[in-house]
Design a protein around this ligand. Sequence first.
Ligand code: HEM
Length: 409
Amino acid sequence: MAKQSQNPYRHPFVRWIEHRLPIISFFEHTLKHYQVPKNLSFLWTGGFIAGFMLVVMIITGILLAMHYIPHPDHAFDSVERIMREVNFGWLIRYLHANGASLFFLVVYMHMFRSIYYGSYKSPRELLWIIGMIIFLIMMATAFLGYVLPWGQMSYWGATVITNLFTAIPWVGDSILEWLLGAPYVGAPALNKFFALHYLLPFLMFLMVFIHVWALHTNGSNNPTGVEPKTAEDTIPFHPYYTVKDLLSITAFMVIFAFFIFFAPNFFGEPENYIPADPMVTPAHIVPEWYFLPFYAILRAIPDKLGGFVAMISSILVLFALPWIDRSKVRSLTFRPISRALFWVFILDVIILGWAGAKPAEGNYIIIGQFATAYYFIHFLILVPLVSRFEKPSGLPESLSAYYKNSCHD
Ligand code: HEM
């Protein structure tokens, strides 16, 4: 009875629901009353766009799965049928295929934003780690999905990457056979990849829920990296950030629509419009653009196992970032040396991506090797050293003070 009297709603139906499941007050709290730093830039709308893209990918994926046949004899043709005969099949497929690229673009920006503003630092380490787990699942999902159309690049990409497991001493061959259900990429593997490609996005959805839960526990970081202290430093999420998120997503959808309607194969690989042929190896096997930096690291080491370990380490090192960076100051705005290093790091990742797209020969390999070496030097030597000794400059007393004393707004 006491709970009924605390029920703040007037409408009898809303009161009825709230009394049994306090979901209305939950959403009111998380959207309306939730206090957020007042200075979040448009970069803080990336998480919302990523969440939107996850939903788009799940819906279009389910629609595609209704017409797709996961068998080597039918997969390629079933995709062609979706494109030509299924009502709006072309739109659903282009939304899904281009959506994958734009989803990665948004998540990479979200990650680089978090790195620049030190959002991985205490007390948000777990939020960062959950984000990294989402990133791993996302990479696995994209890799598995790319195999499904069963084009030349699907087949040979899957063959090259799954073959890496054979580099593991003693148990490598058995692991590969267990993964593929055969010693090579064939019907059992395609069926398995389809099942997992359908499943993993739902796991991602669950992880995103936990990600946002962790976010709401300590609140958002902000461009100054200084925690809000007084009521003056914050504003309610609604209407300020609901409107900002909506503006961002509208702009994003214009870009998304441009690719779908005017350049639907921009991110695609022509080779993948040729049905998979185990007897014909393509001249250059390249993954999608979002894997290229990691692919360059894999190829930089002239040993299969070494390359595999380097590639895995390049991802694992990101998990440790909250402990690698020792500085107490979050935002790179107040850490000039670290800020310069950040931009050199971005350049290094771009060079890695470029090298990964080139044939594995001559100078391309050497450039890839230098860029790989720098990648690890950045995280294992430069960041730990500089973050320990660098003196911050211009760090404000409080979030509001920063905007009062200067013209940053
Ligand atoms: C499907 C993928 C993802 C979704 C839907 C998602 C969603 C969100 C949302 C809604 C926010 C709050 C708004 C914002 O700060 O932009 C957020 C914050 C954050 N995310 Fe993600 N995220 C995803 C992937 C990742 C990844 C891969 C990482 C890093 C490895 C990451 C790290 C963070 C961090 C550190 C914050 C806190 C930022 C701050 O407060 O400054 N997220 N995420």
